[in-house]
Design a protein around this ligand. Structure first.
Ligand SMILES: *Cc1c(COP(=O)(O)O)cnc(C)c1O
Length: 356
């Protein structure tokens, strides 16, 4: 028998979560965001389940080419744009769409063959202060794109910094509106949080990511309450047990010390599988059919769980590190991170199996 760790990817849940996005934004087209290997879920696997999307958004040029080569005819947009002229040429030939977020990227379009019809999303920096043209530079950049012989459709785009938080979106929307005033062009603004919470930002194209993978973009609302279903479930088993006396410690650094007689289970999953090493004692782990708490430091190949009051648990008991029955959002919160990071970190050594 192989090492018992496995990640299952629920394709029906992915398709369901896309439907949830469409239900929230019924008048917009959807770019399914599949950057970073579809947030760790597998690019082509996820794309197959998300084929009902109007387009795909990626960061990696080779991912865009893979989607085209697999036969997807939808719009495919590069969220950071092209990095050199060769990419721009090949991208245009493959009918990719690109974000243009900086004046230096305009120059990359100059090498394109006449007759190219490259679709562009012109990115406006409305307050995220990462990528995008400052509002007062937008009209000029837009005019340059519209006059460019190799450019096809132009869409106005921005990205929200706090659509899930207290600042909300309106302060950025105001800046966007000012920058886009007088430009009657399609718009793409909303990430998952804005899809779910800010319908007045939906406009023409929405860009949901994390919600497709079954996580909540909001710290205070569960995925379940949003009707999102978990897609990735990371499963393993208890491979050993250990009895502790008061004063015994567990694992590297002796960070956990028993204050009573305890029984712990050793789980075949560690940071080399993608489990966060900084997850503290008490991080939720589903053992059998109930949540237990982790104890001690996560090591490369193992972590430990408290099964003191779980006499039925032992070698071979199934464990869910995150996913079905143990929301990734809860695990991420306990570990001081977000489920995005958990999913993206799933290690190549973990076998993946698809369920329908
Ligand atoms: C990653 C990304 C998204 C998706 O964000 P989620 O929070 O996962 O919904 C949307 N737009 C851009 C520009 C992105 O980089």
């Amino acid at each position: 028998m192989p090492r018992p760790i496995i990640a299952t990817i629920d394709l029906a849940a992915l398709a369901h979560n896309l439907d949830v996005a469409k239900r929230h934004a019924p008048h917009a087209k959807v770019f399914a965001v599949v950057k970073a290997n579809a947030y760790g879920h597998g690019l082509l696997r996820a794309a197959a389940a998300l084929r009902g999307a109007d387009g795909f958004a990626v960061v990696e040029f080779d991912a865009a080419l893979k989607l085209r080569a697999a036969g997807y005819a939808q719009r495919i947009v590069l969220l950071e744009g092209f990095f050199d002229r060769a990419e721009a040429r090949e991208g245009a030939a493959r009918r990719l769409a690109t974000v243009i977020h900086h004046p230096s990227q305009l120059a990359l379009l100059d090498g394109l063959p006449a007759g190219s019809r490259l679709d562009v999303l012109l990115k406006i920096n409305s307050g995220m202060n990462r990528l995008g043209f400052k509002p007062d530079a937008v009209a000029q950049a837009c005019a340059a794109l519209q006059a460019h012989p190799a450019v096809g459709k132009v869409t106005m785009m921005t990205h929200f910094a706090d659509a899930d938080g207290a600042s909300g979106v309106d302060w950025q929307l105001e800046t966007f509106e000012r920058a886009a005033a007088g430009l009657a062009l399609p718009r793409s603004l909303a990430n998952s949080a804005a899809v779910l919470r800010h319908p007045h930002t939906h406009f023409d194209w929405v860009r949901p990511g994390i919600m497709l993978y079954g996580s909540s973009p909001f710290a205070e609302v569960s995925a379940q309450a949003l009707d999102l279903k978990p897609v990735m479930t990371l499963r393993s088993e208890i491979i050993s047990t250990c009895e502790l006396k008061p004063g015994d410690s567990v694992g590297y650094g002796c960070t956990f010390c028993a204050d009573r007689p305890m029984r712990i289970g050793i789980v075949a999953c560690g940071y080399a599988d993608g489990y966060p090493r900084h997850a503290p004692s008490g991080t939720p782990v589903l053992v059998g059919d109930r949540i237990a708490g982790s104890v001690g430091r996560v090591s490369m190949d193992m972590l430990c769980v408290d099964i003191t009051d779980r006499p039925e648990a032992g070698v071979g008991t199934p464990v869910v590190l995150w996913g079905e029955g143990n929301p990734a959002d809860d695990v991420a919160q306990a570990a001081g991170t977000v489920s995005y990071e958990l999913f993206c970190a799933l290690a190549a050594r973990v076998p993946v199996s698809e369920i329908n």
